[in-house]
Design a protein. Structure first.
Length: 345
């Protein structure tokens, strides 16, 4: 089955809805500013924050504010009125388990808040959290596809959200990779929430379809767990191979997207992917990096790529219909999604 993506939304530092956020990414806009948060050296960390969220808000309140904004367009009655069964499973991609000590209470409260927003439209027993950072959004999409294939629901809501803008998260992130300051180059912590409405083929009229999910793939990078192991890019290669499968060769993809947050290892993995997976020379294979505008948005990074592809297609500036999205986390998890947009000019 190739589920249809019939609605989407993105809340991030450069836009509070999908259309303006993606327009800002296309234009290369960003809001990277020194924050009140300090890095390990005691210097202010450059962050990418949503200005509408008060700086004094806790991480839980920031996440709840973002998810309420992200879900709102998906709950439009003119859209959900197409469904015969209004109760929808909610599948949420969330942060990596080692971060914040595997804070199950925070995750549970965020899921409960999302279910409360959906109200009677939510199928709480089948709603589920997926820990794992950026690839967790793709894990949630994989579960949504299973539910749709099994006939358990005509549609599912997939949500992924994250914020690095609290001291505990920044401390953990600084232990994984250097952070950006005025004196040093590194990762720019950000925050975002991304939401998709996935439906089985035929549930909605074709005019609603923004894109189709062709395939997903996952892998594990051994070097992330064993510092003595060389970085071979096996995890990303396996994830991409699983996503491409029989659908396409890497050289037949029109666009690559990556969550690479400007790290040396992330750039090296992408180069290894091209070197080991391209079967024939190609004139060009462009790559878009949402992190250049958003910073490192953690769990939301994977779905943000899918949403940008759909928006770019609707506005006629996507290079072609087939887009390969890739995501990685610091624990070695790798994920890939192959989507085909339906309105590419």
């Amino acid at each position: 089955m190739q589920p249809a993506i019939v609605a989407s939304n993105l809340v991030c530092p450069v836009g509070l809805a999908a259309a303006p956020a993606c327009a800002a990414m296309r234009a290369g806009l960003r809001v990277f500013e020194e924050s009140e948060l300090l890095g390990p050296a005691g210097t202010p960390v450059v962050c990418s924050a949503i200005s509408r969220v008060p700086k004094s808000r806790s991480i839980r309140l920031r996440l709840e504010w973002m998810l309420s904004r992200a879900l709102a367009p998906l709950l439009d009655e003119s859209l959900l009125g197409q469904l015969e069964v209004p109760k929808l499973p909610l599948l949420v991609g969330f942060l990596e388990r080692p971060r914040r000590g595997g804070d199950e209470r925070l995750a549970t409260r965020v899921l409960d808040e999302a279910i409360a927003i959906l109200g009677a439209r939510s199928d709480a027993p089948r709603s589920q959290l997926f820990f794992g950072g950026a690839p967790s959004g793709f894990r949630a999409m994989a579960r949504a596809r299973e539910l749709l294939e099994g006939g358990d629901s005509p549609a599912c809501i997939v949500l992924a959200l994250d914020s690095w803008l609290d001291a505990r998260s920044l401390l953990w992130l600084s232990e994984q990779t250097p952070l950006q300051t005025k004196r040093a180059h590194g990762v720019i912590p950000g925050e975002a929430a991304a939401a998709l409405l996935l439906a089985a083929p035929g549930v909605f009229p074709r005019v609603f379809t923004q894109a189709r999910l062709l395939a997903l793939g996952f892998g594990e990078e051994a070097s992330a767990k064993d510092p003595t192991a060389p970085l071979r890019g096996d995890g990303l290669r396996d994830a991409v191979a699983g996503a491409l499968g029989a659908h396409a060769d890497l050289g037949e993809v029109d666009l690559r997207m990556s969550d690479n947050p400007s790290t040396h290892a992330g750039a090296k993995e992408q180069m290894l992917l091209l070197a080991r997976s391209l079967r024939a020379p190609v004139a060009e294979l462009p790559q878009w990096l949402p992190a250049e505008s958003l910073g490192h948005v953690g769990a939301a990074a994977g779905l943000a790529q899918v949403i940008w592809a759909a928006q770019a297609s609707a506005r006629g500036y996507l290079p072609g219909p087939r887009v390969l999205c890739t995501a990685s986390n610091f624990s070695g998890g790798r994920g890939a999604a192959l989507v085909e947009v339906t309105r590419c000019s």
